[in-house]
Design a protein around this ligand. Structure first.
Ligand SMILES: [Zn+2]
Length: 320
């Protein structure tokens, strides 16, 4: 029969186990020192498959991947990238427009950058389109780069169509990664979308643009190596939407399907992701990898099946 003392010890043990389980659930173990999210604007998997993209295809084969992830509706650049970086759908983030419209202000929900920053991490965003300024919440980014570091000075709405090509975005991001080794970095390559609107999804011109984006990706892969952080970095490659003809706005697979690829530290090698992945899972995965609690308000969930069940030993806390 259990006496009072042993009952007390047993109860305390149960309590401890419960508390530590809860702590684990609330504060995920940090699995990566660096997370780099790269978005190929208009990155329709069927066109990527037919394009000369050896680097992306190698990372997909070596890492964990699905070619049948989905974006949110409407499958448009700014609403979709807002979901990708805030972890919530358009009903919550309310960025329903698709232009740089300064009068509408900034996103009102937390972003993966603001959450990472609150956790003491460093953050950077390299955009190929000016409308990403709607995601630049005050003090959430150490670097907002649009063909060069931006200083926050107002940009008029008539500059909405300004685009920075992928090679320039990549050059800026690569130099920054080598110099600063940011904890969380987002990079946007616009070229394939521009070519799609001009010449059509799947056109030779768009395939050429995807080839250029792959060369831009290779600049980032090289920068991660040159920075000496390849062993502690996870790269996530995805897209904001696909497309058909010369547009993308419909609730059809051509427009809604996107790739989702994870590569790097602790990624299950050669794994084909079976679970459903939606673009808002990207923000959840990024902060979960960095050991930042995923808010209950998120629609997105970490894509855990892409990663080893045990956090890698390389993911050590950074020295103060
Ligand atoms: Zn787009």
């Amino acid at each position: 029969m259990m006496n009072k003392l042993s009952f007390g010890i047993a109860a305390a043990a149960v309590l401890c186990a419960t508390l530590s389980a809860r702590a684990e659930a609330d504060v995920p173990q940090r699995r990566a020192q660096h997370v780099i999210v790269i978005s190929f604007d208009g990155g329709k998997p069927a066109v990527i498959a037919e394009s000369e993209m050896p680097v992306l295809k190698r990372l997909a084969a070596e890492g964990a991947h699905t070619w049948v992830a989905n974006t949110i509706f409407p499958p448009k650049t700014l609403p979709s990238h807002t979901s990708m970086t805030t972890g919530v759908g358009p009903d919550k983030h309310q960025i329903l427009w698709n232009d740089w419209m300064p009068i509408r202000g900034l996103v009102k929900v937390p972003t993966m950058f603001s959450l990472a920053k609150e956790a003491g991490l460093s953050t950077a965003l390299f955009a190929g389109k000016v409308k990403f300024r709607h995601l630049w919440v005050k003090d959430s980014l150490d670097e907002f780069n649009f063909g060069g570091k931006q200083d926050g000075a107002p940009v008029p709405a008539d500059q909405n169509k300004a685009v920075v090509p992928a090679q320039t975005v990549a050059k800026e991001a690569a130099a920054y990664i080598v110099a600063n080794k940011p904890d969380l970095c987002f990079i946007h390559f616009p070229d394939a979308d521009s070519a799609g609107h001009k010449s059509g999804w799947g056109s030779p011109e768009q395939k050429e643009a995807f080839k250029v984006c792959d060369q831009a990706l290779s600049q980032i892969v090289k920068a991660v190596k040159d920075a000496g952080i390849a062993d502690s970095t996870v790269m996530i490659m995805s897209a904001d939407h696909g497309g058909h003809d010369k547009n993308h706005s419909e609730n059809i697979p051509d427009d809604m399907n996107i790739p989702w690829i994870a590569w790097g530290a602790g990624v299950n090698p050669g794994h084909e992701i079976k679970g459903a992945v939606t673009t808002f899972d990207t923000a959840a995965t990024a902060i979960w990898l960095l050991g930042v609690p995923v808010p209950a308000s998120f629609d997105g969930k970490p894509v855990k099946e892409a990663f080893s069940p045990v956090a890698a030993a390389v993911a050590k806390p950074k020295a103060p």
